[in-house]
Design a protein around this ligand. Structure first.
Ligand code: PLP
Length: 427
């Protein structure tokens, strides 16, 4: 039945090389050349002066970002990791304070609290959108909680309105890690702009990029001032900035260069096009692959826009008849660029398992009774171990033929399930 699997020596379904996506074009090159010719590669000064807030291109980039996302303040930084660290600092997190985070995310989300001696507390995720589950958050909130970090994972918004109502009521700060979800939306509200602070990434692998870079957005004048202070050696300028509360005003250097800002301006102008490409691609995958029994394609909650930083699907091994391992191995042999699972649940990392972060004596875990043993978050464990697989939409240069070949690979491998099952049984 059908063509021989590549796994067993047949021809690969994906016949062309899968090339990296290059989004840098003439406009970006010209913008960077302008900066180089100006001779000013960074306009920042670490003391109080008109340049404390950055050079002309950085300022223009921030204005453009604020206007695109319809927020009063956009604070550029040199990565989303820096942005998360600044956000946790601005939120006033201190030693022993708890910060609720999901464990299925890039590690920086969960490291940010630790930088200030805060305690990451892991909430489980929803099995359909893979974002933090508000019910799990509600169970973990207590009077030591200082902030919640919701991640709009894979490009789908978490239950942001619900989380914002919950955190407002509890008097804690909601930070959105929106590194993967520019232009995603819930009920018409752009992801990243619902929480008290939203953090975007401009890392090379994201929807739009400037090599490295990030942006924090906020509606709060006070949080914006704190973010700007932390970005640039804030301890020197708290008097001039009129910051009476100097909690966490030990500043870093998280400043973006003029060149990155120049690239960022151009990429931002084209953000709708870059994102629309990934949406079209993901919708094609969902339409065709979703027709195959045993595979659950990404779901989009009602009144939400998914921007598909990755296309993440699930395998139901009973309905499919084979395990994720066997199915994905056959797909990879066909040349499909996929990953089994995403990251390991972050509480499995040595920093939590060994409770060893800052210094040698276990700080800040010495301040908490929380433990990270066992399977803290059952839904995440299940995704990690047997259900989730993903295809990166931002990293590769897809054309119609390649998309067709990938879909053919799924159909071919799906049609050969019986064979895969007997191979698996034979070991
Ligand atoms: C990429 C990413 C980050 C980190 O972004 P950088 O700009 O590379 O520091 C943080 N959180 C999530 C969810 C990410 O995907």
């Amino acid at each position: 039945m059908g063509a021989e699997l590549a796994l067993l020596g047949g021809d690969k379904s994906v016949r062309q090389p899968v090339k990296p996506y290059a989004s840098i074009g003439q406009k970006e090159k010209a913008a960077v050349l302008d900066v180089l010719e100006s001779g000013c590669l960074s306009g920042f000064y670490g003391n109080w002066s008109p340049l404390f807030l950055g050079g002309p291109v950085v300022r223009r980039f921030e204005e453009a970002w604020a206007s695109r996302f319809a927020v009063p303040h956009a604070v550029s930084v040199n990565s989303a990791t820096s942005g998360l660290f600044a956000a946790v600092g601005a939120a006033g997190v201190g030693p022993g304070d708890e910060v609720i985070v999901p464990p299925y995310t890039m590690s920086a989300t969960a490291m940010a609290p630790l930088v200030y001696g805060g305690i990451p507390v892991f909430a489980d995720i929803e099995a359909d959108t893979f974002c933090i589950d508000p019910d799990s958050v509600a169970q973990l909130l207590n009077d030591r909680t200082r902030a919640v970090i919701a991640v709009n994972l894979f490009g789908h918004p978490a239950r942001l309105a619900e989380l914002k109502a919950m955190t407002d009521k509890a008097g804690v700060v909601l930070i959105e890690d929106n590194a993967q979800a520019p232009l995603a939306a819930e009920q018409g509200q752009l992801a990243g702009t619902v929480g008290d602070i939203g953090v975007f990434s401009l890392n090379y692998h994201k929807h739009i990029h400037s090599g490295e870079g990030g942006v924090c957005v906020t509606r709060s004048d006070d949080l914006a001032r704190r973010l700007r202070a932390i970005r640039n050696h804030g301890e020197n300028v708290v008097d001039e900035m009129d910051l009476a509360d100097i909690t966490n005003m030990i500043g870093f250097n998280y400043r973006m260069t003029e060149m990155s800002a120049a690239v960022g301006i151009v990429q931002l102008e084209d953000v709708y096009d870059h994102v629309a490409k990934r949406q079209d691609l993901a919708e094609a995958f969902s339409r065709e692959i979703g027709a195959l029994e045993g595979i659950t394609v990404p779901s989009v909650r009602s009144e939400c826009r998914h921007v598909y930083y990755v296309w993440a699907a699930k395998i139901d091994k009973r309905r499919l008849g084979v395990t994720r391992g066997a199915f994905c191995k056959a797909l990879k042999a066909e040349g499909v660029p996929l990953s089994e699972g995403y990251v390991r649940p972050l509480y499995h990392l040595p920093v939590f398992q060994r409770r060893h972060a800052l210094g040698r004596d276990g700080f800040p875990f010495t301040l908490t009774k929380r433990r990270y043993d066992g399977e803290l978050c059952p839904v995440v464990e299940k995704m990690h171990r047997e259900e989730l697989f993903l295809i990166e939409t931002c990293s590769y240069d897809y054309n119609d033929a390649l998309v067709g070949e990938i879909i053919d690979a799924f159909r071919k491998v799906h049609a050969a399930r019986d064979k895969l099952r007997s191979l698996e049984a034979a070991g």
